[in-house]
Design a protein around this ligand. Structure first.
Ligand SMILES: Cc1ncc(C[n+]2csc(CCOP(=O)(O)OP(=O)(O)O)c2C)c(N)n1
Length: 557
């Protein structure tokens, strides 16, 4: 077979069910994929195709494939920033004009390598069918290994034509072991586990901070077992929201800059912090102030480079979070513990929850977003997937929507506004039997409205909840900080609309439900989630109300 056929058979054989692309690229491969039962989802922009592949990859636990021709490669690369930061195994396939066209003003052509170098773990030209199997296997392994991240193959020829030319007899197998993330589960060194256990049992005020790596490792049960054994409250990164049940008595909520007050207070008040699969970046640590830099740390991570990256006083355990926690649990056992810190933490959480009740049980219009979040909590099925955009959508979903820590999955943008809608389409492709609910602001939704057409054409039945406050809500505070409090000053930087997104949806042939009063939310969500087709639930809210703000050392009591 030629390379194009080999590629189709290899991708289908590896279990790929959907690929995401913009024409014109790898046409024979796409047609063959269709013949092999793989759905090709034609997107309207390459960036959306990359986000779809990202959502697909995060739910499938394996590579999500996206494709673009030469000129679209730049757009595709821009869509890899979020999977790079979100640690998602997207594989991007692009075409590139032949060497004889390079360095002489070829139409639509710029150098691809610099575009992909910052957003991939591995990026290489593919110049012959002979090399294709080896390079695809390497890209696959690179995308999946230790910290998953995008990989890229740049095929010679505008449409990847080079693999039309040569023949290959290689087996159409990419990964004989057909692994899912995490591809390997190494357990930390036994002596390191002993040292960590000794440090943990010697401390009486332990807070655990579980990160996206803990969620990817499905470490929730082991995490909870250790938290119980040590009487340690558990905070999470935004991306690990729901790794344990958010209503569990030891759950402290999301820590860092996209958080409600309790988690930061609790983590800051600990003598020892156990980071599990957590990047200790600025977002989860509130610019490295929570916990303070000198705090005693125990850190479990699959990537040795993460150990002690930002906290010098660290005892490191290099290993898969789930497997290493299981070993740590055996060594820690069930020591007698003082539960004072856990009780203090539970009180902080309970006090904050009490302040939220009047906002959640709120019947006012324009609708309070806290009320909307409570209705989403009630409506999301026990195995539902919640896909959140960035901006306030990340904060609202991360602080007010409750997750069961069992069958539900939470996916969040790693920072790119507009990511959630296309990503939710990819997520639904990977899990057609699970309900997928996308939570986005109107600012985020505007980015990829055209994919409503893709959703209808391909029958991808997601529920899109638009928190329609006619502007960039999160940015209001920052604009006022600069513009001063003169009424209206600076609002032209962030206000737009009003737009009726149900009318927009209908223009694309998609069902739209307009919600203007709190009592309408529950029936609309029930209808949308049961519809078996894509539905836009356009919820009219107001720009003024502020999302929960984090507790910061020195700033709050
Ligand atoms: C690609 C990109 N551009 C700009 C931003 C900056 N940004 C972050 S949140 C936000 C506003 C979000 O508005 P909206 O989606 O309407 O949600 P809201 O905050 O109003 O709930 C902006 C502009 C970003 N994160 N990503």
């Amino acid at each position: 077979m030629n390379g194009a056929e080999w590629l189709a058979r290899a991708l289908a054989g590896a279990g790929t069910t959907h690929v995401f692309f913009v024409e014109s690229v790898l046409r024979r491969t796409l047609l063959q994929l269709g013949d092999l039962g793989v759905t090709h989802v034609l997107a309207h922009t390459e960036k959306a195709a990359a986000y779809m592949a990202d959502g697909y990859a995060r739910v499938a636990g394996g590579p999500g494939i996206c494709m673009a021709q030469s000129v679209g490669a730049a757009n595709l690369a821009s869509g890899l920033q979020d999977p790079f930061l979100g640690r998602s195994p997207v594989i991007a396939l692009t075409g590139r004009k032949e060497p004889s066209f390079q360095h002489r003003n070829a139409y639509q052509e710029i150098a691809h390598a610099p575009l992909f170098s910052a957003v991939t773990k591995f990026s290489t030209p593919v110049d012959s069918t002979t090399e294709l199997p080896r390079l695809l296997r390497h890209a696959w392994r690179a995308a999946m290994a230790d910290t998953p991240r995008p990989a890229h193959l740049d095929f010679c020829g505008l449409q990847g034509d080079v693999i039309e030319l040569g023949q290959t007899t290689e087996p159409t197998v990419i990964d004989p072991e057909a692994r899912q993330i995490p591809a390997h589960r190494p357990v930390a060194d036994a002596a390191d586990v002993e040292r960590a256990a000794a440090a943990l049992t010697a401390s009486h005020r332990i807070a655990i901070v579980a990160g996206d790596g803990a969620a990817a490792s499905q470490a929730g049960p082991e995490l909870l077992a250790l938290a119980e054994a040590l009487a340690a409250p558990v905070a999470t990164t935004l991306g690990a929201r729901g790794v344990i049940p958010t209503r569990h008595r030891l759950s402290a909520g999301v820590a860092g800059s996209y958080s409600a007050p309790p988690a930061n207070r609790i983590v800051h008040g600990a003598d020892l912090v156990l980071f599990v699969g957590c990047d200790t970046g600025d977002q989860v640590t509130l610019n490295w102030t929570v916990p303070p830099r000198a705090t005693k740390i125990v850190q479990i991570d699959a990537d040795p480079l993460e150990i002690g990256r930002s906290y010098p006083n660290t005892t490191g355990l290099v290993g898969d979070p789930k497997a290493t926690l299981a070993r740590l649990n055996q060594v820690v056992g069930h020591p007698a513990r003082d539960s004072g810190f856990a009780k203090e933490a539970a009180r902080i959480v309970a006090d904050w929850r009490a302040t939220m009740v009047p906002l959640i049980d709120n019947d006012a219009a324009p609708i309070r977003v806290e009320r909307l979040c409570a209705e989403v909590t009630r409506a999301l099925p026990a195995d539902g997937i919640l896909v959140a955009d960035t901006g306030y959508s990340g904060i609202w979903t991360g602080t007010v929507i409750e997750l069961n820590g069992a069958g539900q999955t939470y996916l969040r943008a790693a920072g790119s506004l507009g990511w959630s809608f296309p990503a939710s389409l990819g997520a639904k492709c990977a899990a057609p039997d699970r309900a997928v609910l996308c939570f986005t602001g109107d600012g985020g939704f505007y980015y990829h409205l055209a994919e409503l057409e893709s959703a209808r054409r391909c029958g991808i039945a997601v529920t899109v909840v638009v928190n329609n406050n006619s502007g960039f809500g999160q940015n209001l505070t920052g604009v006022r900080r600069i513009a001063g409090n003169r009424p209206g000053r600076g609002e032209e930087l962030i206000r737009f609309g009003p737009t009726d997104f149900t009318a927009v949806a209908r223009a694309f042939g998609v069902r739209g439900l307009r919600v203007e009063r709190p009592g309408e939310i529950a029936p609309a969500l029930a209808e949308a989630l049961g519809a078996g087709e894509p539905v836009v639930v356009d919820v009219v809210t107001d720009l003024e109300p502020r999302a929960p703000e984090p507790w910061a050392p020195g700033r709050n009591a």
